[in-house]
Design a protein around this ligand. Structure first.
Ligand code: APR
Length: 294
């Protein structure tokens, strides 16, 4: 199985490195910036005699090199620069996603696509519409990351994995919806943890000054890749396409799904409290507003 990673910036290169280090699959790394993907691919490749991985990696500027990939991870995009409005960023990243999605359709018509580019839910929607792939094969990475941030905030001393009891749904943004189904998690800690998780991306950017988070985001993509490649049928929070689930239609939004070799095997509908229902509705409206602009 060949995995294509489009965008060899922080997140893309780290995803490629994790996949090759673990020997999960062969990788083709792509970036529009001359030499960037080639150079990083060579560097990642050199770690194979150290890690003992047999996975191969190549870099290119041309998406043609991704031909026949089984999974395509899209991290291509711009980060918001000073003076750039959210709408400017939306326009720019929409152009990139349209261009890249058209090429994915041409070169890897059977691929499963994982979108990472922000604004996540709208960009995943655009990738699905542009490729014309069935929605189960186009998935956004956000919930795994947001849920991990949430879990890390509420129980930093416990090595928890995605345990399906404390997780994040809704949009990958200010209106994400914190869900608590664990017994014994103090309400105050729950609320503080949710707030911390919601602001974590900005907190990290504040420290870094340039660039944004990529260690946990790439770990989240790796987690999804493994679930798909190994057909784990694992419950994972992702941005998925709703067609009546949760009473919503024609939208990508963060929900728990079962992830396996065909992509989204099914969407899990959890029972909301009144408060969660309201918060989810707010998230839905926000994503519809963004989608309307593209
Ligand atoms: N084709 C291929 N690569 C592209 C294209 C394109 N059309 N347009 C931009 N790129 C590349 C850039 O050259 C850059 O190397 O995408 C890469 C993005 O990398 P970074 O700027 O380092 O961004 P990163 O931190 O990896 O985040 C990528 O994921 O989490 C989101 O908000 C984040 O949208 C951003 C994306």
């Amino acid at each position: 199985m060949k995995i294509a990673v489009i965008g060899a910036g922080n997140v893309g290169a780290m995803v490629a490195g994790r996949v090759v280090d673990a020997g999960l699959a062969d990788v083709v790394l792509i970036d529009i910036a001359p030499g960037l993907a080639k150079g990083k691919a060579l560097d990642i490749s050199d770690s194979r005699p150290i890690t003992g991985s047999l996975s191969k990696i190549e870099g290119s500027e041309d998406l043609k090199a991704t031909q026949g990939a089984g999974i395509v991870v899209v991290t291509a995009g711009l980060a918001r620069k000073p003076g750039m409005s959210r709408d400017d960023l939306l326009r720019k990243n929409s152009e990139i996603i349209k261009d890249v999605s058209g090429k994915i359709k041409r070169y890897s018509p059977s691929a499963i696509v994982i979108v990472v580019t922000n604004p996540l839910d709208a960009m995943t929607y655009l990738a699905m519409k542009t490729t014309g792939f069935e929605p189960a094969r186009v998935i956004g990475m956000a919930g795994v990351l947001d849920s991990a941030r949430f879990m890390n905030a509420v129980s930093p001393d416990i090595a928890v994995t995605q345990d399906e009891k404390v997780f994040m749904m809704g949009s990958h943004g200010d209106t994400m919806v914190a869900i608590n189904r664990s017994d014994g998690l103090d309400d105050k800690i729950f609320k503080q943890g949710a707030e911390r998780a919601r602001n974590r991306g900005a907190e990290i950017v504040g420290h870094l000054k340039t660039g944004s988070a990529y260690f946990a985001p790439s770990a989240a993509v790796f987690y999804m890749l493994k679930a798909i490649l190994k057909n784990e049928n694992r419950t994972v929070c992702c941005s998925a396409y709703l067609q009546g689930e949760y009473g919503e239609k024609d939208i990508y939004i963060g929900v728990p799904v079962v992830l396996g070799s065909s992509g989204v095997v099914r969407i899990i509908e959890i029972e909301f409290t009144e408060q969660e229902k309201k918060a989810f509705k707010k998230s839905v409206s926000q994503i519809h507003e963004t989608i309307a602009k593209i």
